[in-house]
Design a protein around this ligand. Structure first.
Ligand code: 5GP
Length: 207
């Protein structure tokens, strides 16, 4: 059986939609998916670890890496640079692992261009009031950062229609079930299944 390439999932949302919590819960249920760890010039929040949440780097280093072609995609979001390492994603995909990118709409647009087979999902909050409540309740960002993220959220959500799937994170368990359903449906696509079950199909089709 030939080795199949993994699927690249792209998940975006405005800050406060609950994206990271949903993605972390998905990864617990679907351990075969690897989460790509991004590079960023944003300072770490309390409790965030280098190499686990992000690779935290200085702006000059990030800009040098852009010039060297290190990133599969990169964008400026809320005043900081963020990017996805090309080699780590390629390596995982070529090993047959599914990879998930938690990135903004600009990064998603770049990925769609270079990897048209990617599967993209946009997560919406159930209301503007709830988005604001979740963002303020996080407690790890300054008032200024929160205001900036709230202002930017409309711009992010205006791109939701460009994604393959849109889900609304109202009741957490329902949104998680929706996200998992997307992953499972993608894995059952006939082109993948045909390859995966080659010997079964050979047997079933034998005269
Ligand atoms: P945060 O600072 O809250 O961790 O992330 C802020 C925004 O940057 C989120 O929308 C997040 O999805 C996005 N982001 C995180 N990593 C990347 C990345 O590698 N590339 C792009 N384009 N956006 C990213």
């Amino acid at each position: 059986m030939s080795v199949e390439a993994g699927t690249l999932f792209v998940v975006a949302a405005p800050s406060g939609a609950g994206k990271s919590t949903l993605v972390n819960a998905l990864l617990e249920r679907e351990p075969a998916i690897s989460l790509s760890v991004s590079h960023t010039t944003r300072p770490p929040r309390t409790g965030e670890l280098y190499g686990r949440h992000y690779y935290f780097v200085e702006r000059a280093e990030f800009e040098r890496e852009i010039a060297e072609g290190v990133f599969l995609e990169h964008a400026e979001v809320h005043g900081n640079l963020y990017g996805t390492s090309r080699t780590s994603v390629q390596e995982l995909l070529s090993q047959g692992r599914d990879v998930l990118l938690e990135i903004d709409w600009q990064g998603a647009e770049q990925i769609r261009r270079s990897k048209p087979d990617c599967v993209s999902v946009f997560i919406l909050p159930p209301s503007r009031a709830e988005l604001e409540r979740r963002l303020r309740g996080r407690g790890s960002d300054s008032a200024e950062v929160i205001e900036r993220r709230l202002r930017n959220s409309r711009g992010e959500m205006a791109h939701a229609h460009e994604f393959d799937y849109i889900l609304v994170n109202d009741v957490f368990e329902d949104a998680l079930a929706d996200l998992q359903a997307i992953v499972r449906a993608v894995r059952l696509r006939s082109a993948l299944q045909w390859q995966r079950h080659e010997s079964l199909i050979t047997e079933l089709l034998a005269l």
